[in-house]
Design a binder for this molecule. Structure first.
Ligand code: ZN
Length: 493
């Protein structure tokens, strides 16, 4: 276990954790949002972020501080906490983003880390190479090698109590992300940003983003705190948390406010298009859209930024409550309905159901089946895996209905979509207590048929029959031929 990070609650790949930041003498509860502060231009003051919004940690760019004479001198003299007037933990970025945008920066890893330490940063960042998506594999490998050399240099720099980020790169190659994660976890460094995903999010490629994070997570292991670097839209937090991200940074709250964009958990709206305020934060209950539009630029920007922060922090709290209650995937499923590309992201998450299953708790409060995607959840995979450990008699009747017709068999098991077969005594145990709609869909039937197939294949010496309520031919085709099919009338109980 890493000393600075402790896990408290887990749901799917999501977790509530505690990140201990010794230099700030602060413990940050994760998932956490780090508002981005531009030291030259703050829309909402860091003091207000802490007191009004409850921000425990923020992030600012050390390269901007380094390059701005008066801010640099003040930071060196008084320390960042005084300059920014922020009581929580302060993370600093190194300027890798500027490197990506403008081609070059002129400091070494040692210099920028020592500088971050000197100005009083609590979590520093080395200069890595943020390789963009879709580059050649050769470029991704070469740049990753450079990043890895710099992480090794960074691990040797004496930074006292300052924690140090170890960015995980690898472009859109999940296996390189996995290698990068493994290498980063083996260094002495502390926090693990998954880097260069901003272009994926700008293009709404949430599925590729999930694949990149899943790769990084396989390499990093469960005990590493993971920062989805540059991800600040609350719409995708639940999805990213479910894949195992712990930290998010938002520049979006201020950048979007600057051009009258209004964040919601279902996407971005433009202030011009709002007839009503779909929110109950202090900004939205005290202004109508017309009143907001009538404000002078600077005030309007500040009010919109405040709204954007309120919804962003609110979503983080909602996600934590969902993890605690064990219904994070239900929340992800709701968010996936906001935009087709979010649905792609959710479907990509389910492609990693086996990976999620390793951390998913054995028992939770409830399982609500709310779409055919629910059939691919980790709980269904786990039930199928569990079937191989169950003892079966010589002849077994599996049925969606009552025991009628099962007299010729040694025992009768229930079949419930999407899980498939299970012995009666398990019917009160999670996830077989799931709430499933009466009007079952094909996804649930197919998953149930796969469960039957699994049980039959695990028990070649047992004779099986399957009582089903009108399963379509392509679903029945998933069940081995040697299983006798028994059609039940649809109202049989
Ligand atoms: Zn609001």
């Amino acid at each position: 276990m890493r000393e600075c990070f402790e896990l408290r609650d887990v749901d799917a790949g999501g977790r509530i954790g505690e990140l201990t930041v010794p230099r700030a003498d602060v413990t940050v509860e994760t998932p956490a949002l780090l508002p981005v502060i531009n030291p030259n231009l703050d829309t909402i003051s860091p003091r207000r972020l802490a007191e009004e919004f409850g921000a425990e940690i923020l992030i600012t760019n050390s390269y901007i501080i380094y390059g701005t004479d008066d801010v640099r001198e003040a930071a060196l003299e008084d320390g960042l906490h005084d300059v920014l007037d922020f009581p929580g933990a302060i993370m600093t970025d190194s300027g890798s983003f500027q490197l990506a945008e403008y081609g070059e920066i002129d400091v070494t890893t040692e210099e920028i880390l020592e500088f971050q330490h000197a100005i009083g940063s609590d979590i520093g960042t080395p200069v890595d190479i943020p390789t963009p998506p879709d580059v050649s594999r050769e470029q991704a490998e070469d740049e990753l090698a450079t990043t890895q050399e710099r992480l090794e240099i960074a691990a040797d720099v004496d930074t006292g109590e300052m924690l140090v980020n170890a960015p995980v790169q690898g472009s859109t190659y999940p296996d390189l992300r996995e290698d990068a994660g493994r290498h980063a976890a083996e260094t002495d460094l502390d926090v693990f940003p998954v880097g260069a995903v901003v272009p994926l999010m700008n293009d709404y490629r949430y599925d590729d983003m999930i694949d990149a994070v899943a790769g990084a997570k396989r390499g990093l292991g469960a005990d590493a705190p993971v920062h989805l670097f540059g991800a600040g839209h609350p719409m995708m937090f639940a999805l990213a948390v479910a894949m195992g991200c712990d930290l998010f940074d938002s520049a979006a709250y201020a950048l979007y406010a600057r051009d009258d964009r209004y964040l919601t958990v279902r996407g971005t709206r433009h202030l011009d298009d709002l007839d009503y305020m779909p929110c109950s934060c202090p900004v939205c209950v005290s202004h109508s859209p017309d009143e907001l539009r009538a404000l002078p630029d600077r005030e309007r920007e500040e009010e919109l930024a405040a709204h954007n922060l309120h919804v962003t922090f609110e979503e983080i709290r909602r996600i934590k409550q969902a993890i605690r209650a064990g219904n994070l995937l239900e929340l992800v499923e709701q968010r996936a309905r906001a935009h087709p590309t979010m649905l792609d992201g959710y479907r990509a998450l389910l492609d990693h159901a086996d990976q999620l299953e390793r951390s998913d708790p054995v028992s939770k409060g409830a399982f609500f089946y709310t779409s055919h995607e629910s059939a691919r959840r980790p709980e269904v995979r786990r039930h199928h895996r569990r079937l191989e450990r169950l003892a079966v008699p010589d002849a077994l009747f599996l049925t969606e209905g009552s025991t009628d017709g099962g007299d010729a068999y040694d025992d009768t098991w229930r079949v419930q979509p999407p899980f498939g077969p299970f012995p009666r005594e398990l019917s009160k145990s999670y996830p077989l207590t799931a709430e499933v709609p009466d009007r079952t869909d094909r996804g649930a039937l197919a998953a149930a048929a796969d469960g039957v197939a699994r049980l039959v294949e695990d028990n070649p010496d047992t004779e099986f029959a399957l009582g089903h309520r009108g399963w379509p031919a392509d679903v029945l085709a998933r069940v081995p031929d040697r299983v006798e099919r028994v059609g039940l009338s649809s109202d049989a109980e």
